[in-house]
Write a protein that binds this ligand. Structure first.
Ligand code: ADP
Ligand code: MG
Length: 227
């Protein structure tokens, strides 16, 4: 099976004044389709940088990025944005919810942008809020929710458009153990029963161990751990 994503010899250098920081130095990574892949690595090792590049939110200094075999770096910005909206779901460390919108409106927003009728969008949003255990908080605004609940709203928002690939940066980092377990179970279910792929950056080794693959990022490069 064609991997959902393949990164080949990626480099990413940040230039700030006279200071150059090489974060990725020839990193290659194959993300298998329909599987859960964990990315682990020390703080500052470049995990978020890599995830942004994998999602076309950042451009590598050099290297190749293939999505289902297609070269993504050759696409126009507009085509990249379209690909992201149609195929990718992002979950960030910090939630980025719209504070004036209710949980339901936040989750429905990507579907509204994709031009689904409001009733359909809200029905699907409600379904995903229920999946993350927030059925009774649908009409709450982010300010009325706890940090963990906001994160779960953000997760529902990312999953609701049913993306092929979910890219998650420490998605359970600010959740308690029970909520983290709920979210992991949801990811596992998406992969097993809906044939999605998930790439998850995590500090939590126990969680990484439950993924199908663990990619360890070190010194600007990385490798899969064998087990
Ligand atoms: P991680 O997510 O593993 O903690 P990051 O990818 O956030 O690591 O950062 C890796 C390194 O890249 C850090 O040294 C960070 O300071 C640097 N870095 C990340 N983004 C930028 C940026 N936009 N400009 C300059 N340096 C950056
Ligand atoms: Mg990070």
């Amino acid at each position: 099976m064609t991997p959902i994503l393949e990164a080949i010899d990626l480099t990413r250098t940040f230039q700030e004044g006279s200071i150059t920081t090489a974060v990725l130095k020839g990193l290659s990574l194959i993300v298998p389709d329909h599987q859960l892949t964990a990315i682990i690595g020390k703080s500052g090792s470049g995990k978020s940088t890599l995830l942004h590049i994998l999602g076309t939110l950042d451009t590598p200094t050099s290297g190749q990025l293939l999505f289902k075999g297609k070269d993504m770096l050759k696409l126009s910005d507009k085509a990249k944005a379209q690909l992201r909206a149609q195929h990718l779901g992002f979950i960030y460390q910090f939630h980025h919810l719209l504070m004036d919108f209710t949980a339901l409106e936040n989750v429905a927003l990507p579907l509204r942008i994709a031009k689904l009728p409001v009733n359909t969008a809200q029905r699907r949003a409600a379904e995903y809020l229920e999946k993350v255990g927030l059925k009774d908080k649908m009409n709450f605004r982010p300010a009325e929710l706890s940090g963990g609940q906001r994160q779960r709203v953000a997760i529902a928002r990312a999953l609701c458009p049913q993306p092929d690939l979910i890219l998650a940066d420490e998605p359970t980092g600010n959740l308690d153990e029970e909520n983290a377990a709920t979210i992991f179970a949801l990811f596992a279910d998406l992969v097993r029963s809906e044939q999605r792929a998930v790439v998850m950056v995590t500090h939590d080794l126990a969680l990484a161990q439950r993924c199908d693959h663990i990619f360890s990022l070190e010194n600007g490069s990385g490798h899969f751990l064998t087990r």
